[in-house]
Design a protein around this ligand. Sequence first.
Ligand SMILES: NC(=O)c1ccc[n+]([C@@H]2O[C@H](COP(=O)([O-])OP(=O)(O)OC[C@H]3O[C@@H](n4cnc5c(N)ncnc54)[C@H](O)[C@@H]3O)[C@@H](O)[C@H]2O)c1
Length: 399
Amino acid sequence: MIIKPRTRGFICTTAHPQGCAAQVRQQIDYVRKQPAIQGPRNALVIGASAGYGLAARIAAAFGASANTIGVYRPGERSGGRTASAGWYNSAAFETAAQEAGLKSFSLTGDAFTDETKARAVELIRKELGQVDLVIYSVATARRTNPRTGETSTSVLKPIGQSYTNKTVNFHDGEVSMVTLEPASEEEIQGTVDVMGGDDWQMWIDALREGGVLAPNATTISYSYIGPELTQAIYRQGSIGRAKDHLEATAKQLHEQLASGGGRAYVTVGKALVTQSSSAIPVVPLYISALYKVMKEKGIHEGCIEQMYRLFADRLYSPNANEVPVDEEGRIRIDDWEMREDVQREVAEIWGRIETSNIYELTDLEGYRREFFQLFGFETDDIDYEADVDPSVEVPNVSA
Ligand SMILES: NC(=O)c1ccc[n+]([C@@H]2O[C@H](COP(=O)([O-])OP(=O)(O)OC[C@H]3O[C@@H](n4cnc5c(N)ncnc54)[C@H](O)[C@@H]3O)[C@@H](O)[C@H]2O)c1
C-alpha cells in the first residue's frame, strides 16, 4: 500500500509505519548519545504511545536501562486503514527495547477503566514485581468515569467571557481572528473530569492496593502554564481548571507516598507540537512564533530533549538531594520557554503576524512539518512512493 497523509483540520487519519519507526529511532539515538541516568528500574507509562509519554518511556528505557510497560489506546490496523501512529511508534519502541535486552510490554486499552488497571497490576506482578516510576501522560477529549458510568467531554474554551485572538490554519498559513465563547459550568466540570487528576489518583490507588508500587516510587504528570497571550484559552480557561485539579492531585499523592519515601510531581512542560496541542485554538500560532525564537537562540527542544532533561537534571539529578520545584511544588522544564528574552521577542512577533508575513516571522513551516512527522510523514530518508505493508506487529502486546 502507498500511504499518503489524509488530513481533516488537525486530524490525520493515516500513518506511515516506516516514518513513525524512524522518528522513534531518532529519539532513541538522541538519548543514547547523552550521559546515562541513574534512574528508575521499572517504569509504567500511562499514555505511552505519543508525545511526552512516549519520550519519557524512551528516556527511562534508553537513558536509565529501565524495564517499561506502556499503556495506550489500541490502534492496530483494521479494514482498509493504516494502524495509528501510536501503534507504529510502540512497535518500533518495543522492537528496539527488546534488541537492547530490556524487558518491555505494551498494554492496550482504555486507561480510564478498572479493567485496564487490573490488567496492568497483573502484568507488573508477573513480569516486573513492582514499578518505581509511574508516568501519567494521558491526553484525550472523553472519559467514562468507572464509578459513576458517566461520560464527560473536555472542551478548550475560555471562562467567564469570550476571547478573541489570532489563529492560523497551519496547512495554508492563513491567519485569522477567532472568537471563542466561554465554557458553561458543565463544560468546565467535564474538562476537569477528563483532564484533571482523578484518574491519576485511581491508578496510584490500584497499584498500591495491588502491591505493585514500590514504596519509594516516583510518579509524575504534566501541566502547562504558558505566556500571557494564551492565558485566556489555556491556563485561565477550562483546560487550566483541569490542570489546577491535576496539580492539587500531585500534592495529595506526594503526601500519600511520603511515608515510604515516594514522591509525586506535576512537571510543567514546554509548548510542543503534539496531536493534543494542535487541537487548541491560537496555540499552534504561538508555538510557531516560539519555535522561531527558540531555534534562533539555539535553545529549542522537542519532547525527547524535554524528557531527558526532566530525568537527568531534575528527577534523578546526581547534583541535587532534592528535586528543584517552584513555589507551588511543580517541576519547571518550561524554564527556557518562559525566559524573559524569549517571551519578549515572541510578544513582539505576535503583534506583527499576518498572512503575508507568517512564514518570515514564525516557524510555521517547522510546525507544519512536525505535525506531519507525528504521523510518520515528511521524515528524511523515507520513500513515500514505495509500497509498504501497513500491518505491523507490536511485540509483547497485551490487548
Ligand atoms: N503538547 C504540549 O505542548 C504540552 C505541554 C505541556 C504539557 N502537556 C501535557 O502533557 C500530557 C500529554 O500530552 P501530549 O501532548 O504528549 O499528548 P499526545 O496526544 O501526544 O499523547 C497522548 C497519549 O495519551 C494516550 N491516550 C489518550 N486517551 C487514552 C485512553 N483513554 N486510554 C489510554 N491511553 C490514552 C494516547 O494513546 C497517547 O499515548 C497532557 O497532560 C498535556 O496536557 C502537553
